[in-house]
Design a protein around this ligand. Sequence first.
Ligand SMILES: C[S@@+](CC[C@H](N)C(=O)[O-])C[C@H]1O[C@@H](n2cnc3c(N)ncnc32)[C@H](O)[C@@H]1O
Length: 297
Amino acid sequence: MLGNRSILSTSARLLSSRTTSRAFASSARRSQQPPQQTEPIEQPTTHFGFKTVPEHMKESLVRGVFSNVASSYDIMNDAMSLGIHRLWKDHLMRSMAPMPGAKLIDVAGGTGDIAQRFLSYQDNNSDKTSSVHMVDINPEMLAEGEKRFAGSKWVQDGRIGFTVGNAENLEFIDDGSFDFYTIAFGIRNCTHPERVVQEAYRVLKPGGRFMCLEFSRVENPVLAAAYDLHSFYVIPKLGELIANDRESYEYLVESIRRFPAQSEFAQIIRNAGFTTIGKGYENLTFGTVAIHSGYKF
Ligand SMILES: C[S@@+](CC[C@H](N)C(=O)[O-])C[C@H]1O[C@@H](n2cnc3c(N)ncnc32)[C@H](O)[C@@H]1O
């Protein structure tokens, strides 16, 4: 049975980025002493959409975005993708084809699309023992997920649990606990995707499978131009009209462009210790999204 505990994120925010900026300590130096030459302080930075921000700020900025969009998240997903995100998620589940009794951890689980598909898939195969543990850094997004499952037989049977936590540090999960790890449209929001994948490796059982559904790169130049038009004009406009929040949707679009391309991300997965089959990913809808997959052998 899964516990319904809520654990606030305790990510260590280690300062170890490859990208750095120069911040100059200046203010707190108004003493009577003669002005001194100040040394530039190396401050790790990262990207937040197209902006460069101090690394330690990204987590709270991302949390803010998803707090803003939580209540309109599901309807916006349908509007932005014309419902196609449902087909991508269905495809992920068919590719997973979980065995009876499988234990899934769905990280950055948000409002529970993957968790619901997983439990329904198992029910359709007459399996009443599989379970899913949803983890998300944002309590509001997770609360939308909890609302969706409230009163369901899955909650009553203890087959679904919810924890507020950071994908980069799943310290509340023991090593080798799960058969499957999923992260759908979540990893690009994380400050250190490579740490997310390393944590996935740790919490999976030997033989377990990592699966990541994420926006990716459209290679065909004509389609890529059309996709850019949709991303940079239509999606922010929809955000403004439906969610009254253009800025959060600008971030979501920009964050897609900052995420590594398919083969680069496949290498991050292999570097964490996973074995990939073939090139390690499958493109869907011309590479608009890709499913990356790796096994812990
Ligand atoms: C675009 S939503 C995806 C939700 C869901 N997986 C889906 O496919 O509909 C991204 C989710 O990632 C979560 N998230 C962002 N950074 C995270 C982190 N470092 N750890 C855990 N969750 C995170 C957000 O709070 C948000 O719920």
